[in-house]
Design a protein around this ligand. Structure first.
Ligand code: CUA
Length: 155
């Protein structure tokens, strides 16, 4: 088979670029550890990940004036039922849902967390002033949506 000189040049360029691309992809994957999402270890290691299934509904003191409040929402309410913290506390909210998408919003504060089944969302807020804080569901979740609420008591 006879190849024209120009054809040989273009063929060589094409093969050269293919080899160069595969080399770059190979070097970045193995030498720099680049890969597709989810292929990395560490932060996505399932043994370290807090899953929606193991969110235990509770109010837990984790430091001086520091609380961890874990919420599991359901149609149509929130667990745990009693939420009480002293004034001046910083609260780390952990929110998930056991059924459909709900909201977890405290009007008058910056707390507005989506409660998504299978996912865990976090938000931190400090409550300086004592009072009864209304907590509302602001994602339409069914017939009882408008009655879905609870109260955070800051003493
Ligand atoms: Cu739950 Cu709306």
């Amino acid at each position: 088979m006879h190849l024209h000189r120009a054809e040989k040049i273009w063929l060589a360029l094409g093969i050269g670029m293919l080899v160069l691309f595969l080399l770059l992809a190979g070097v970045s994957a193995f030498a720099y550890g680049l890969g597709t999402p989810g292929s990395e270890t560490g932060a996505h290691d399932s043994t370290h990940r807090q899953t929606a299934q193991n969110v235990e509904p509770q109010v837990k003191q984790i430091g001086e004036r520091e609380y961890e409040v874990s919420i599991v929402s359901y149609i149509f309410g929130y667990k745990p039922e009693k939420l009480e913290i002293p004034a001046g506390s910083t609260v780390h909210f952990t929110v998930t849902s056991s059924d459909v998408v709900h909201g977890f919003a405290i009007p008058g504060t910056n707390v507005n967390i989506m409660a998504v089944p299978g996912e865990v969302n976090h938000f931190t807020q400090t409550f300086k002033n004592p009072g009864k804080y209304l907590i509302l569901c602001n994602e339409y979740c069914g017939a009882g949506h408008e009655y879905m609420q609870t109260t955070l008591i800051v003493k």
